[in-house]
Design a protein around this ligand. Structure first.
Ligand SMILES: NC(=O)c1ccc[n+]([C@@H]2O[C@H](COP(=O)([O-])OP(=O)(O)OC[C@H]3O[C@@H](n4cnc5c(N)ncnc54)[C@H](O)[C@@H]3O)[C@@H](O)[C@H]2O)c1
Length: 316
């Protein structure tokens, strides 16, 4: 049986599939040629990430497809309900990238707490002539240990982020309207484990109490953080959005930064992807990454292996 991994798949996944007798095609077929390619090659499994769209045209015109698989979480690019109504299995790997996203949040938090995002922009420009000035500019760093991390959205990634925070000695508070409490297991290298029970509190309490805030909610119809929420936040707080563009009101964010009400913000996702507003890209108080939360070798390996296991379970 043939698997077309149109947006790629890690070698770990290819090896598992091939060991079970599947042939894996790593071609990237243009969207408008996909239907013909799938039919000509009798593709049984179509794997995508976020680039390839799997809409009604493919679902209706490619009878060989038995499984549509998405490496990652969001399925916005697949007509999931329609595919299921036609008897096609739709699979994804929701947990595989949680830890990678959580680590990226901390890369931003540590970076902002010591001005690395600004220092990395200015050292190449002025590091030789204005070393002492730059040293003074970045002298008022802050430690994360002992501070409060507020999580908005306490699902897989929110909880993975909480575990790192707890390991660092931070206090963790969380808001999630669909979850009252969660028990987190912190595992250490020598197999010791510590359990933490965290009860969720209101959004307002999280905003008021937190020195650092990180968002881990699914895409929403309205902003989760806008002018009103920024006003409730502690003076000097930091915020990270590695969830979805449109969860944070970017205009309100820039205003909160410019008024110095908050000290810094990090964005991995943008309202206008893949062309974020230039006003954001040029803002020195922002720590920026181009939607790379899940982009680690380890996450891609786990995604590949998890997809392979699910495909083997369904078709073998
Ligand atoms: N930056 C990246 O590259 C990257 C990678 C993977 C996932 N993500 C995004 O991270 C987000 C979280 O993923 P996850 O795997 O933790 O999802 P999840 O479903 O496990 O958790 C989301 C949590 O948010 C809660 N929630 C829903 N609406 C809320 C609201 N208005 N306020 C507070 N909480 C709310 C839900 O109850 C749920 O517990 C998703 O938006 C996903 O698209 C980003």
């Amino acid at each position: 049986m043939k698997v077309l991994a149109n947006d790629g798949i890690a070698t770990s996944g290819v090896m598992e599939l091939e060991a079970s007798g599947f042939s894996v095609d790593l071609s990237t077929i243009a969207q408008d040629q996909l239907v013909d390619y799938i039919n000509d090659n009798e593709i049984a499994v179509l794997l995508v990430r976020s680039a390839t769209q799997v809409r009604k045209d493919i679902i209706d015109n490619c009878p060989s497809i038995k499984i549509i698989g998405r490496g990652g979480v969001g399925m916005d690019n697949i007509d999931v309900d329609y595919a299921k109504s036609k008897g096609i299995n739709v699979i994804n790997t929701p947990a595989a990238s949680s830890h990678s996203v959580a680590e990226l949040v901390f890369a931003h938090l540590f970076g902002m707490a010591r001005f690395l995002h600004e220092s990395n922009r200015n050292m190449p420009l002025e590091g030789d002539l204005k070393f002492k000035n730059l040293k003074k500019s970045y002298a008022k760093g802050t430690e994360l240990r002992g501070k409060t991390l507020g999580l908005i959205g306490f699902g897989r990634i929110g909880q993975a982020t909480a575990k790192i925070a707890l390991g660092l000695g931070m206090k963790v508070v969380a808001f999630d309207p669909y979850l009252d409490a969660a028990t987190l297991e912190l595992e250490f290298f020598d197999h010791q484990a510590v359990f933490f029970n965290i009860n969720t509190i209101t959004k307002e309490e999280v905003l008021k109490e937190s020195d650092f805030i990180s968002l881990h909610v699914p895409s929403q119809n309205e902003y989760v953080i806008s002018t009103n929420e920024f006003e409730i936040m502690k003076e000097g707080a930091f915020i990270v959005n590695a969830a979805r563009g449109g969860v944070v009101d970017e205009l309100a964010l820039v205003k909160a930064l410019e008024s110095n009400h908050i000290s810094g913000a990090a964005l991995d996702v943008f309202e206008n992807e893949p062309k974020p507003e230039i006003q954001l890209l040029m803002n020195p108080s922002l720590s920026l990454t181009p939607h790379i939360g899940a982009a680690t070798g380890e996450a891609q390996d786990r995604i590949g292996t998890e997809l392979a296991h699910q495909i083997i379970d369904i078709l073998k």
